[in-house]
Design a protein around this ligand. Structure first.
Ligand SMILES: [Zn+2]
Length: 215
């Protein structure tokens, strides 16, 4: 972690602000200093717009109680959309992956956001993720499953990395145990190994969804 340039003449609050910016992804100590001085120069109104926006995001944005997508209303607009196919669930690691898949415009099912991937070395176990909630959704209604429509297909759109693949494999086994009739598919392998869905080209991603293969 880069800490802000430590000039002993900075006041305590200025130093705190620089440290806070310096902890943001992609912001080095020089940029943190530049942003802090920019805010100092701006009008009070303009500067407080930033703090208000941060507060609003923290107070109003939450995870959808069904799919864990980021939303301001619950359920999210995708889960609340009756024109989508609630029998197809696309499983992604992060809300950003969902947004990228949505931007292709080709997918008409619903989603489940895991909020990470299984990574034992980082102590990320299935119960740290939203895996228990996904299994509840997939469970047949006769056994108390909680989906709006019987689930007929689960598409794994985890990142094509070792951990993303491992997470999909684990889920595939768990789903087969509780709902053996559900078809399990994966995004077609147009995506290069190690790629990140959130940074993938829309056209490639659209092909990967349309050409998904049975896992
Ligand atoms: Zn939702």
């Amino acid at each position: 972690m880069t800490m802000a340039v430590s000039n002993p003449h900075y006041t305590e609050s200025l130093r705190k602000l620089m440290d806070a910016f310096g902890r943001l992804p992609g912001v080095g100590s020089r940029s943190a200093e530049r942003i802090a001085f920019h805010l100092l120069k701006s009008s009070r109104e303009e500067a407080l717009e930033l703090s208000d926006a941060i507060r609003a995001v923290k107070d109003q944005v939450r995870h959808c109680s069904i799919c864990f997508n980021l939303t301001e209303g619950d359920p999210c607009s995708i889960c609340a959309d009756g024109s989508r196919d609630h029998g197809i669930i696309c499983v992604v690691e992060q809300p950003k992956d969902l947004l990228q898949l949505e931007s292709t415009g080709v997918y008409k099912g619903v989603y489940h956001v895991l909020l990470g991937r299984i990574a034992p070395l980082e102590n990320l176990t299935p119960s740290e993720l939203t895996i228990p909630q996904l299994l509840e959704r997939v469970k047949p209604a006769a056994e108390g499953g909680g989906s709006a429509a019987p689930v007929k297909e689960i598409i794994f759109a985890t990142n094509p990395t070792m951990e993303g693949d491992g997470t999909a494999l684990y889920l595939q086994q768990e789903i087969a145990k509780i709902a053996p009739g559900v078809t399990i598919t994966r995004l077609a392998r147009g995506l290069p190994a190690g790629a990140q869905i959130e940074y993938s080209n829309k056209a490639i991603l659209a092909d990967a969804i349309s050409g998904r293969t049975k896992a």
